[in-house]
Design a protein around this ligand. Structure first.
Ligand code: BTN
Length: 241
């Protein structure tokens, strides 16, 4: 079932309420506009009226808590697949939760646990023709990239289908196939020089794939191998000297 709102604070709050009330697997909350849309670390999510897809989907998954990070990766694979299918635009996946086109963000995923259910928040910049000043250098939309408007309803339907597939895959076969799909769809996961922002400071290195829990492996220049549990990843600046 899809619960539709014209304006809402955040689809995450309504989805959390529905999850607590026992709604079924794949119940979705969609809004035309959010007044308190947010992403990871509580950062605001630009939720301009009628332009993006703002949806939270409740997943009743019987996955071990250790496999929860993989749910975010599965959602990324599903979102990129839905975008390719419904909008004809290819996205890259930046571990753990960003959808990118030419290194600019066109979507993001926020995964939360509410009373045993996963609330999967997905924001996709669809028909924006511009962004506020502070986002201009880092955000893009499917319309800007693809050169034509996107049918948000078709995208929503495809997204719900692909999220359903990804959830079943994870439930039935465990993390392994999801990790492989993510790695195949992401230019960031292997052989990419990146900077990772950690609470204790930034580290630079080359990515070396995902561990069995879906964490990112990073080889520093001193040979040390780090397992990145969380943190912002960005391309490292290459030196020109
Ligand atoms: C991120 O990139 O940090 C995640 C962004 C998630 C945004 C979506 S929009 C629908 C849902 N409602 C929210 O308030 N956030 C998510």
């Amino acid at each position: 079932m899809i619960h539709r709102f014209d304006t809402i604070d955040s689809t995450m709050y309504e989805a959390a309420r529905l999850a607590a009330a026992g709604c079924p697997h794949l119940t979705a909350v969609v809004a035309e506009e959010q007044t308190a849309g947010h992403g990871r670390y509580g950062r605001p999510w630009h939720s301009a009226r009628g332009e993006g897809l703002y949806v939270s989907i409740i997943l009743r998954l019987d996955v071990a808590p250790a496999h929860l990070p993989v749910v975010t990766l599965a959602l990324g694979v599903a979102a990129a697949g839905a975008i390719a299918q419904a909008a004809g635009v290819h996205c890259d996946l930046r571990w753990p939760n960003d959808l990118l086109i030419e290194d600019k963000k066109c979507g993001g995923i926020l995964t939360e646990l509410h009373g045993g259910a996963v609330v999967a928040g997905i924001g996709i910049n669809c028909n924006h023709t511009g962004f506020p000043e502070e986002l201009r250098g880092i955000a893009t939309s499917l319309r800007i990239a693809g050169g034509k408007p996107v049918d948000r309803e078709a995208l929503l339907n495809e997204l719900l289908k692909q999220v359903g597939f990804a959830a079943s895959l994870l439930q039935e076969q465990g993390p392994e196939p999801v990790l492989r799909l993510f790695e195949n769809a992401s230019s960031y996961v292997r052989g990419r020089r990146v900077v990772v922002e950690l609470p204790e400071g930034e580290v630079e290195g080359v990515t070396e794939g995902l561990d069995p829990s879906g964490f990112l492996l990073l080889r520093r220049d001193n040979g040390e191998r780090l397992t990145i549990l969380a943190g912002g990843v960005r391309p490292a600046r290459t030196s020109c000297s």
